[in-house]
Structures are given as C-alpha cells and as structure tokens.
Design a protein around this ligand. Structure first.
Ligand code: ISE
Length: 337
C-alpha cells in the first residue's frame, strides 16, 4: 500500500519532510498540501507533481477523502484543531513537536483520541530515532552499569532570529531534552528549576539566555540541560548519562575528523536538519510503515502532554526567578499504558 499523505504547514520543516518523503523514503506519496498562505501550499503541491491538491486550511485537507494520513508542521500554538480534526476523521497524524503549547490543549487531544478508541497521534520527537541516543538507551536498559544517577545535556544553537523569545528556550528548544530524558530513563520528570546565568552579549535585547534547566525524575535522577542558542560555532547537542559504573555520552557531531598542521577537527553541524537528518528519516519512515500496517508508532499524545506539563513547570520557575516547581500531571489514562 502507498500511504497518501497530506501536509499541513508548508514552511521550512514541512518542506524538509516533503523532500525526504519524495526523494529518500519509500511507501508514501504527497497528495495534498495546506497552508494559510495558499501560494506556499500550491508551490508544494506543484513541486511533488501528480494531482496533488492545495488548500488554504488544514480542515479542508483533512476532509479530502484521498488523504490517508496527515503530517502537521505548523507552529505548535495552532496544532490543536488540526490534530483533533485528524483524530475525528480517523486518520493517523504525525505532528511536529510540541504536540500543543498548553497542557489543557494536550488533554483535549488525548480526550478526543480516547473517545475515538484508537491511537492515531505520533509526536515528532525525532531524537528517539537517533542512532547514538538509542545506543545509550540500550546500555541504560541493559542494566550492566547499574542505574542512572544523573544526566548532563547541552543544547547549543549557532544563533536564533529576532522572533525567538525567552519562552522558546523552554517550549521550542529544551522540549527535546525533556522528551528524550523521559524516554531514556523511563520515568516522569517530577520537579524542575530554571536557572538564569550571565546574559550572553550575543543574545538580542529581549532574550534572556543562556539558561540551565535542572530536572528531577521520580526516582531522583538529576538532569541538567544547558540551553544556549547564540554560541556561534554550531548546532551542538551533547548528552552524558552517568550510571553507577560507567558514563556514556553522545559522539561528537558524527562527522569525520580531519588532522592537519592546524590540529584535529571535525565539521560542526549547523542546524537540526543537518545533525538529525538520519533520525528524521527513520522517524518518518517508521510512521509511514506503521500507517500502512494500521498501527501506532513513536511517541504518543501522552508523551506530548507530559513534555508540555514539564514545560509549564519550567516556565513557572523561570517567571518566579528560579524556584523549584513541581510538575502537575493528571493520572495516566489506561489507554496510554
Ligand atoms: C528548533 O525548533 C528545533 O527543534 C531545534 O532542534 C532546536 O535546536 C532549536 O532551538 C529550535 O528552535
């Protein structure tokens, strides 16, 4: 079966997904594109050839009977109606992170999914498909080195645009570590603190960064996350998991090393598409395969909700000047067990 995908959101991330589906992955075709900017949707529809349709709203695309499954790559703040629309139409949906920007909206999505009685939503937490993170997780799950005690993360970007706000340090950037740490440890995060540090002179006037988030999980694992988005040199994601008898960390950039008269060096990745190209491909291919087999894959609405609940607590801590804030989670519905 060839899965017929409709894309909602034709910006950079949406177009990157189109490119991988058309040129690198198998088992799917793009049959429709939607965007509030109809011209952008038309341009995507034209670029994939065939009879792909262009729509000005997600609702019209979801209602198209030719669309089997929906890929959402709009801003997080506008995800909710389209995710719920896809659920109510009985269509699988892969939605870019965050699932939604408030815990209430995530709950509304879970309620719609539970009502429909079928797991249809996958949240685009692509790091779960990254080879190196998976190798570390296998060590953690294997138990050979004892339990995890702490984790050190660094999330560095070369620069961000003027439109990037202090809130986005948490709900757009750190949300990756929030999900990855829940997945890696198999535990919920129960409390969080947002520390501010000396402001980088490279940050624009309204952006208070870097910050360091400190999380604690149910069993007391301490996790820190440096979020530093104007570090100039590259897109650098670091993670070191400290167990009782060993520490495992991500390799550096996964690029080749060059040794010459200037010393040893490797190419720095410059953005998430560069660093996580393989993970994005694995994630979207696994979703296509699962849709073809009528099964769910990847992170669920519960994962999207739990990550957003941690974001809310971290934002509250940021507003309160760095006090520790407990994460408020509803009881996990059996549906997501
Ligand atoms: C962006 O949305 C991402 O997902 C990137 O991985 C992250 O590094 C960046 O800070 C975000 O804005």
């Amino acid at each position: 079966m060839t899965v017929k995908i409709g894309l909602i959101g034709c910006g950079g991330m949406g177009r990157a997904h189109i490119d991988r589906i058309v040129n690198e992955l198998s088992g799917a075709e793009i049959v429709a594109a939607a965007d509030v900017n109809l011209e952008a949707a038309q341009a995507v529809a034209d670029s994939v050839g065939g009879d792909a349709k262009a729509y000005g709203t997600g609702a019209e695309l979801i209602a198209d009977p030719n669309v089997d499954a929906v890929l959402i790559a709009t801003f997080g703040s506008v995800h909710t109606p389209d995710v719920i629309g896809a659920i109510e139409a009985g269509k699988y949906v892969l939605v870019e992170k965050p699932l939604a920007t408030t815990a209430e909206d995530c709950q509304a999505i879970m309620e719609a999914e539970v009502r429909g009685g079928k797991k249809l939503v996958t949240v685009g937490f692509m790091r779960r498909f990254d080879k190196a993170y998976n190798e570390i997780k296998a060590l953690v799950d294997g138990g050979e080195y004892g339990p995890v005690l702490m984790v050190h993360n660094r999330h560095r970007n070369p620069s961000v645009p003027e439109s990037y706000t202090s809130r986005m340090l948490i709900d757009d950037t750190a949300i990756h570590e929030i999900d990855t740490m829940r997945w890696m440890t198999g535990e919920e995060i129960v409390k969080v603190r947002t520390d501010s540090v000396r402001k980088s002179t490279r940050a624009h006037a309204k952006l208070e960064e870097p910050i360091v988030l400190v999380f604690y999980t149910e069993s007391g694992i301490r996790i820190d996350d440096e979020v530093n988005v104007n570090l100039e040199y590259g897109y650098s994601i670091e993670c070191e998991v400290v167990m009782e008898n060993a520490a495992a960390r991500l390799g550096d950039q996964e690029g080749i090393y060059v040794r010459d008269v200037h010393g040893d060096r490797n190419r720095m990745c410059q953005d998430h598409n560069d660093r996580f190209h393989g993970a994005f491909n694995a994630e979207v291919q696994s979703w296509i395969n699962a849709v073809a087999e009528d099964t769910h894959t990847g992170s669920s609405s519960w994962d999207g909700y739990a990550a957003t609940a941690v974001v809310d607590a971290a934002l509250a801590s940021q507003e309160q000047g760095g006090t520790e804030v407990e994460v408020e989670l509803i009881e996990k519905p059996d549906f997501y067990a």
